[in-house]
Write a protein that binds this ligand. Structure first.
Ligand code: OGA
Ligand code: NI
Length: 440
């Protein structure tokens, strides 16, 4: 009997708008191929879709032949032909030997989440507040466990997110974001003008969310941003809304701890969120044939107040360590949330806590999902250093900026691939020399 020769074919499904094939260097005999299939099935049982398929060489050759003859309808892109829009400049590409050793701090929130715990336990609360303060100062990032978010709510949204992204592109595009409807599905986000290897679905925590109608400073007109919901999965809306409520609760708790760590009253930040602009985002990072050249999300800092991120067990988030600028891989901790300080806390705290750069790697074998929630204040908030935290010795380092205008400018700029740098908080930074002059 003739042994069939098998080749592995990695198929990146059409989420990114095209099909791509790769991984053809692997060859196997029937036995080896069967073993591979078994492993794939085990993975599928764990909840992962199989992305690597073994196909008989003849079939592969046939597709190749069709492509060469131009008879296939699909646009087949081979490894060397990935859209250059995805390719990172050399200095920003992930290094294969990234550091996994030292992790961001892991903080146990059980004393404030468990119903039986006595929150009056001043000593324990004091220690927790100190831990949070140290993590914000030294890392800008930490993970929390025993955070009080019911596991079922997280599992529900994770499942619905998989089902949503698993649909054909044309279905997802029915809830596509555009200039008027700024929430919903989107697959062409760019970070620092390089396209991200991902697709997202955005929703407001408060629906609708009130924001300025235009980025123009003198235009006072307001508008409302509404959530868009797909037909399928039918429970997406319900599970997202329930999850968003949990994010709000956890967000408030964290903001109380952060306020205490800055020596402020526990409820110091509550007022900013009476009308909020918080967003929950479903991220899907499909397998990528060039994971050493592209990124799921390019390096960036989060512009909002605080980010609460759920990452799955694939992992890919990297954080830039403050001490030496090294990119650290954040090892997934089951059911934990990764918290990071956003630009607004940096301004409110007058640089006591800094927003830290991070990015997400992709890989060629497994798709990855993550769900960040970005806490945002009311649109009318003028973001500026808190007056309790500035004085003659420590003058304000930022000029006030209007959050709604900032947000609308950012959203608008996503539709034109800007050649200029995106709006950033450093545009509002007061030069050292000027703040020094004010002392005289
Ligand atoms: C983001 C982000 C990281 C991740 O969406 O802003 O940083 O791991 N995501 O998905
Ligand atoms: Ni981010």
């Amino acid at each position: 009997m003739r042994e069939t020769s098998w080749v592995s074919r990695t198929t990146v499904r059409d989420e990114m708008g095209f099909r791509t094939e790769g991984g053809e260097s692997l060859q196997a005999t029937t036995k080896q191929r069967d073993r591979g299939e078994k492993q794939d099935e085990a993975r599928a049982e764990m909840g992962y879709r199989r992305e690597m398929r073994w196909v008989p060489r003849e079939a592969r050759d046939d597709t190749e032949g069709q492509r060469r003859r131009g008879t296939t309808k699909e646009k087949v892109i081979t490894m060397g032909e990935v859209d250059p829009a995805f390719i990172q400049a050399e200095e920003h590409r992930p290094k294969p030997d990234f550091t996994r050793a030292e992790g961001i701090p892991l903080i146990d929130l059980s004393i404030i989440s468990s119903p039986n715990s006595s929150v009056d336990n001043d000593l324990a609360l004091g220690a927790l507040v100190e831990e949070i303060g140290d993590a914000c100062k030294n890392w800008g990032f930490f993970q929390v466990i025993n955070h009080g978010v019911p596991l079922a709510k997280r599992q529900n949204i994770e499942k619905a997110s998989r089902i949503f992204f698993d649909q054909p592109l044309e279905e997802k595009r029915k809830v596509r974001r555009n200039e008027e409807k700024v929430l919903g599905y989107y697959d062409t986000e760019h970070t620092k003008n390089v396209r991200d290897w991902k697709e997202v679905f955005d929703l407001n925590v408060q629906d609708p969310t009130v924001v300025p109608a235009s980025y123009k400073p003198d235009d006072e007109e307001l508008t409302r941003w509404f959530n868009q919901w797909p037909e399928y999965p039918t429970d997406l809306r319900e599970v997202c809304e329930e999850y968003a409520k949990e994010m709000e609760k956890l967000g408030y708790k964290l903001m109380e701890l952060i306020a205490l760590s800055l020596g402020l009253p526990k409820d110091r930040f509550h007022g900013f969120f009476e009308e909020q602009t918080s967003v929950v985002r479903l991220n899907h990072y499909p397998p990528c044939p060039v994971p050493d050249l592209a990124l799921g999300v390019g390096r960036h800092k989060d512009a909002f107040v605080l980010t609460i991120l759920a990452q799955d067990d694939v992992g890919g988030l990297q954080v830039k360590r403050k001490t030496d600028g090294e990119w650290l891989w954040v090892k997934p901790t089951p059911n934990a949330y990764i918290i990071n300080v956003g630009d607004i806390i940096q301004v409110w705290s007058n640089d006591t806590y800094e927003s830290v750069e991070h990015r997400a790697m992709v890989n060629s074998g497994r798709e990855r999902f993550s769900i960040p929630c970005f806490l945002g204040p009311a649109h009318y908030t003028n973001v500026q250093p808190l007056e309790e935290l500035i004085n003659q010795q420590n003058p304000a380092k930022y000029k006030p900026y209007n959050w709604g205008k900032f947000l609308v400018t950012r959203k608008g700029s996503n539709f034109q691939k800007l050649d200029v740098e995106n709006i950033q908080i450093h545009h509002f930074k007061i030069p050292e020399s000027e703040s020094a002059e004010k002392l005289d």
